[in-house]
Write a protein that binds this ligand. Structure first.
Ligand code: GAL
Length: 424
């Protein structure tokens, strides 16, 4: 018995020595490229701190390009990737943004061996791994799951105004004049991409999960009557917003600030807003801020996942692999997600440390395991970059013309040029 104990102790010692010496072997730099700057930074910084602890001889370069949803970072990344100067690793959404953009262009290394070595094939949901997979190769490591279709509000203000949180757009539109008469913006929107973000929740509400998923398989016509109904409803919702007033100058955080201050009643944003309100503004979920599924979308979880990959030609490949190993570990996911407002992509991480996850995150985790899951357009899950980029023009056409049929026809054209809408 004593001998066995000794053997176990020796083995533990041997493994930890290997672990330590391997970490100490790594040196040089690691450039991590993302759009998590400023208020979006704390979760990434927590991960980097862990990496520094494990790899004290590696100098981490935290290369961020500001701009919500990566609007600016993706353009810079494209220039670097095409110019042959990739970072060591970069943030990329799981799904089409990864596979339909970088994998298809042979710019990413296959991580299937790393997945096998780390036991990740069972640690991440199979459906998520599928979205990272092309012809048996797996091309990035997911760090989180975010939810796009969330309605945020200030519970104290809602009580003061004597209104209820709308479960449907009809309820919201009925309450809209009350807010407007009181000088409160019913629904606050920010800069251009946040308008698209609102649109995807409205579209999911009108089309339902099957109809939304059908856009990407060709089952839902982009210019059929269901889609014109989406644009009609979107127009009604916009009429109860600040569009054309201060919207274009607001970041997503500034839009949330208006809800917190009570100058706006509601905002629809992904749950990085929960991260911002808890980590930066130090508000408590449930009391400091309230949340509900976007109108008409209860039971549906419009999801996206931030992941990191290994570009071909990464200058510091071993350091990048150590970063990916950390991202995919329970420890890494539990350092990152409680600060970020997201839930871990790993199926076992919340159970390993439930005390780290606040009431909002617990509710997101429970919805993630019980709701119907549908992929986000704006955050890379559902459509390739070509479609995502060109959708901006569809939106511009709609905002300039306010014509549902013009927007629907423009979207049909984008479906054809991008090849993103299944059978089209
Ligand atoms: C999303 C990203 C989130 C958050 C958000 C706002 O695309 O997945 O992690 O950063 O943009 O910038």
């Amino acid at each position: 018995m004593k001998k066995r104990l000794l053997l176990v102790c020796l083995l533990v010692l041997a493994f930890s020595v290997v672990g330590v010496s391997r970490a100490q072997d790594l040196s040089g730099q690691l450039e991590i490229f993302s759009w998590w700057a400023g208020d979006e930074g704390p979760a990434l910084e927590a991960l980097i701190a862990l990496y520094n602890e494990q790899n004290p001889n590696v100098e981490v370069i935290n290369a961020t390009v500001t701009g919500g949803s990566g609007v600016n970072a993706r353009a810079v990344l494209k220039t670097r990737m095409l110019g042959g100067t990739p970072p060591d690793t970069f943030q990329v959404h799981a799904g089409e943004e990864l596979t339909g953009t970088w994998v298809v262009a042979d710019r990413m290394e296959n991580l299937a061996d790393l997945y096998a070595a780390q036991g990740w094939n069972d640690a991440f949901p199979a459906d998520l791994i599928n979205l990272l997979t092309v012809d048996g190769g797996i091309y990035s490591v997911p760090v989180n799951i975010h939810r796009s279709n969330v309605l945020w509000y200030n519970p104290a203000k809602i009580e003061e105004w004597g209104v209820s949180v709308p479960a449907t757009w009809d309820e919201f539109l009925a309450a809209c004049p009350t807010f407007q008469e009181a000088g409160v913006t019913p629904l606050v929107i920010g800069e251009a991409w946040t308008v698209n973000h609102l649109w995807e929740s409205v579209a999911l509400g009108v089309l339902g999960a099957d109809g939304w998923a059908g856009i990407w398989t060709g089952a839902t016509s982009p210019n059929g009557p269901e889609m014109t109904a989406v644009w009609d409803r979107f127009g009604e919702v916009l009429a109860c917003s600040n569009i054309g007033e201060d919207s274009a100058g607001l970041s997503w955080q500034q839009a949330i600030d208006q809800v917190v201050a009570g100058t706006a009643a509601f905002n629809i944003m992904g749950d990085w807003a929960a991260g911002y309100m808890t980590t930066t503004l130090q508000l408590e979920p449930g009391t400091g801020f309230g949340y509900a599924a976007a109108p008409d979308t209860a039971g549906n979880f419009l999801w996206l996942s931030d992941s990191f990959g290994l570009p071909v030609g990464a200058p510091n490949r071993d350091n990048a692999i150590a970063w990916l190993e950390l991202l995919g570990s329970v420890e890494g996911q539990n350092a990152f997600n409680p600060l970020k407002g997201s839930i871990p992509a790993r199926v076992d991480a919340v159970a390993a440390a439930p005390e780290l996850y606040n009431a909002y995150l617990q509710s997101a985790a429970s919805d993630w395991s019980s709701n119907r899951l549908v992929g986000s357009l704006v955050h890379g899950t559902a459509a390739n970059e070509r479609f995502m980029g060109d959708f901006n023009q569809v939106m511009e056409i709609y905002l300039a013309s306010r014509s549902s049929s013009a927007a629907a026809n423009a979207m049909a054209a984008v479906c054809v040029t991008s090849g993103a809408c299944g059978g089209m």
